[in-house]
Design a protein around this ligand. Structure first.
Ligand SMILES: Cc1ncc(COP(=O)(O)O)c(C=O)c1O
Length: 407
């Protein structure tokens, strides 16, 4: 393994030294939610103990202090993804809310009868259903980029789907069910040849490698804080100003208006236009500290380490008779989905839990992916840079025991 000091990193995450069912916790459910380092816990506690107040509207000390902290968090996130403009970074509760925002608002303005929306065959439900709803409301049609048997997008087929009716391409940067890293820069460039914007579901990319929204040239880039070492209830929609300025508000009410009369309302400029109501202030500040944490480590080295870990765990599991790896793309993030012949993934998950090993079992909110691979569900081990080779061994040994139990 590379010279990544995993033991030092593990000390930053208190939960990793706890036990579950009498066994040391082996946390391999990072694609669902990553764990939080002590610095995020400390910052959240400090905010709640000493700084908590509603933002933007207050003249008093605490409110101004909380406002400054919240807006500083936005600035930090802007730098984290290299967004060109801090006002184009909108706080949301997470990827789901973010994609709903983009789909509803963009759809209302730009999608009409007979238009087409392209999504990929490996999307999480939260990058399928909001587009289906919009398509139904606006009389548009969903088209799907197909997958090959390794779980990669068939890019030649993608370009064939683009035409003058296409109004949006929505695609994951990284698949949560398969781990596939999509060639997102190329996907965006191809869409732009047809003048079509791209909404990138970045829930699974920001925790694994550095991203640069300007380099990708994404029109929208959406992610959740709780998958990148921050708290739940935090997330970001980055959007290009040229779109956001033209799009109507998603939710309306307090904090997002300029003037209100009973006859007419005018809206505040970005980002407030899209941030109705009191936001999740502590969560937003926690997200900043999660991004700070990532910036404090050598993220490229972390990504290389995770890759080695994935390859090691994959080879261990692939050696076990009866195990099938689902998702074998050439370019993968550290997600390892698998099935065991004649054993339901829920049984796998339950037995692993008895060993203190946390994996996810189910369809991973990606039922079309399960349909494509013709499985009801998979077990999914997803690694972060704090996981170890020994944990991968424990996973493989426990999978072996699952097979023995059911033999
Ligand atoms: C690829 C992908 N998109 C979207 C989501 C939804 O994220 P959230 O539940 O934080 O809104 C997830 C969560 O697992 C995901 O993995």
């Amino acid at each position: 393994m590379s010279n990544w000091d995993v033991e030092k990193i593990r000390k930053d995450f208190p939960v990793l030294s706890t036990t579950v069912n009498g066994k040391p916790l082996v946390y391999l459910d990072n694609a669902a939610s990553s764990q939080v380092p002590q610095v995020v816990i400390d910052r959240g506690t400090k905010y709640l103990r000493e700084e908590h107040s509603n933002i933007h509207r207050g003249v008093h000390y605490l409110s101004q202090h909380a406002t400054t902290a919240y807006e500083a968090a936005r600035e930090k996130i802007k730098r984290f993804i290299n967004a060109p403009d801090v006002d184009c970074c909108i706080f949301v509760r997470g990827t789901t809310e973010g994609i709903n925002l983009v789909a509803a608002s963009y759809g209302r303005k730009f999608i009409n009868e007979g238009d087409e929306i392209i999504i990929s065959g490996m999307e999480h439900h939260s990058n399928i259903v909001p587009w289906q709803v919009v398509a139904e409301e606006r009389g548009a049609r969903i088209r799907v980029i197909p997958l090959n048997e390794r779980g990669e997008l068939i890019i030649d087929e993608y370009e064939k789907l683009l035409n003058e009716r296409t109004k949006m391409v929505a695609a994951a940067h990284v698949s949560n069910a398969l781990g596939t890293v999509n060639p997102i820069k190329d996907i965006v460039a191809t869409a732009h040849k047809y003048g079509v914007p791209v909404c990138v579901d970045a829930a699974q990319s920001v925790p694994h490698f550095p991203v640069d929204v300007q380099d990708i040239d994404a029109d929208f880039y959406v992610f959740s804080g709780h998958k990148m070492f921050g708290p739940t209830g935090s997330g970001i929609v980055y959007g290009k100003r040229e779109w956001l300025d033209k799009m109507p508000p998603y939710q309306t009410g307090g904090s997002q208006i300029r003037t209100v009369t009973f006859e007419k309302t005018t809206y505040a400029p970005l980002p407030a236009k899209f941030e109705a109501g009191t936001p999740a202030i502590a969560a937003g500040i926690g997200l900043e500290i999660g991004s700070d944490y990532i910036n404090s480590i050598d993220f490229n080295a972390a990504a290389a380490y995770e890759h080695e870990l994935l390859e090691y765990a994959t080879s261990r599991l692939a050696d076990i008779p009866g195990v099938t790896i689902i998702g074998t793309a050439a370019n993968k993030a550290s997600v390892l989905s698998f099935t065991i012949e004649n054993i339901h993934p829920h049984d796998i998950g339950t037995i692993l839990d008895q060993e203190g090993i946390a994996v996810r079992a189910g369809h991973h909110c990606a039922q079309p992916v399960m349909q494509f691979f013709d499985v009801p569900a998979t077990a999914r081990a997803s690694f972060a840079f704090y996981n170890t080779k020994e944990e991968a061994d424990k996973l493989a040994d426990a999978v072996q025991r699952v097979i023995e139990v059911f033999a």
